[in-house]
Design a binder for this molecule. Structure first.
Ligand code: DQA
Length: 148
């Protein structure tokens, strides 16, 4: 059984209503339900968290160490392109994480091509909507399995 933390950043609570031409009609609750149901099947424990506030995301990353999460699946949303503080928190706790994006950030505006996370993530999955999260979950399990 693996202990997995799913963190979604700002404005992802608006999925389904927000720029549907870019992000599709999937809602955050559908994403969380899909991953939770996959984890129920495999016997893994997943905690889902979303926040629009940088300090709350920092607090969860700090807490993830104490609560012994083994891996984080993380869509930093707009913080992808701005947050040195969240990058530093992930480096501090040393919990492996997978960076996820619904849209393909390399196909969009220039400023989205810079991620503060890609070079410290296990890997980045970008552009596949809900499937980005499903692939991240499969990849998380296979990453954790490699030591077994
Ligand atoms: C996003 C891409 C980011 O550039 C954007 O700010 C988001 C969502 C994505 O999932 O495609 O809010 O992380």
């Amino acid at each position: 059984m693996y202990k997995i933390l799913l963190i979604n950043g700002p404005n992802l609570d608006l999925l389904g209503k927000r720029e549907t031409d870019v992000y599709g009609t999937i809602t955050l609750s559908e994403i969380e339900k899909t991953l939770t149901s996959e984890c129920n099947k495999s016997g893994d424990k997943i905690t889902c968290f979303q926040s629009n506030a940088e300090h709350e995301i920092l607090d969860w990353i700090h807490k993830s160490k104490k609560e012994k999460y083994e891996i984080i699946i993380f869509n930093p949303a707009a913080f992808t392109h701005t947050s040195v503080a969240i990058r530093d928190a992930l480096l501090a706790v040393e919990i492996p994480f997978i960076e996820v994006h619904i849209s393909n950030i390399y196909k969009r505006e220039e400023f989205r091509k810079k991620s503060f996370f890609s070079d410290i993530a296990i890997g980045t999955i970008t552009g596949f909507g809900l499937t980005s999260y499903e692939v991240a979950l499969i990849s998380a399990r296979s990453y954790l399995n490699k030591d077994k």
